[in-house]
Design a protein around this ligand. Sequence first.
Ligand code: GLU
Length: 308
Amino acid sequence: MCRTTRVPRALCALLVLLAAACGKEGSPPGKGPAAGRLPHYQVARDVRLPASRTWTRAKRRGHFVVGVKEDQPYLGEKDPATGTYSGFDIEIARMMSASLGLAPKTIRFRTIASANRETALQNGQIDYYVGTYTINPNRKKLVGFAGPYYLAGQSLLVRKDENTIHGPDDLAGKRVCSAAGSTPYQRVKADYPKAVLVAYDTYSVCVDNLLTYQVDAVTTDDAILIGYAAKVPSELKLAGRPFSKEPYGIGVPRGDNALRLALDDALAARERNGDWKKAYEATLGLSGVPAPHPPAIDRYPAGRGRTA
Ligand code: GLU
């Protein structure tokens, strides 16, 4: 569409992004999840977890309801034409369902934005959440976390023509976009107060704003930003090095320790049997970053989350 009309380059990139999001004119340049290479997860038989209210409810209704993201390439992305979700977080959600005795194909995925995750878990809207969800002490007061299953780090996404931003110390006076309720947003607010923060519900809206010169940088985890850069590599690049540790956990209702510990066991088993690595390689690994060692799982004792 851009070769035939006189569209400014950044706008053109935005149109390419939008077209991909609409399932029109080609999908992201050969970078979608490799459906054929996705592992098949053996569904565990005879699972019983009566101590978990969440599991008991899901078992009775016949499926899990899982909160995810829908606009994060390689991680959690929804195909608007088919409604199908794909990405590394989606695979984690699927392998967990299989380990807990419910076929992954029965999962109902619900898109939940960063700012609404705790409420969704607290009011029973979802059974568990898998979507670039950093484990931290504040959130542990509100929800439980299995994992971590991946370690990301906060980074910066800028336009290719940006040469003054090399790290968070260069953000003074710059317009920086992030998602409301996210740890990257909170970190910039607390540690880099001279940055002019702009918040939206999702990072994809931030990226649209970056491409149209309304903001100077987008900040969130490197794993997320790599996906946006890969969609329009001629326009976007990551700047500098990661400047935080973002251990991704599976969010569960806070009191449901039985579910949390069962998910910890399930993650450990899927890391041992190679499913974790296969899932990574078919999704996030397409960004060119080889599979890392998964981080050590933190099986914290019941009740610890309140003060930890
Ligand atoms: N991992 C960060 C967080 O949990 C940023 C990504 C996100 O908003 O999902 O806040």
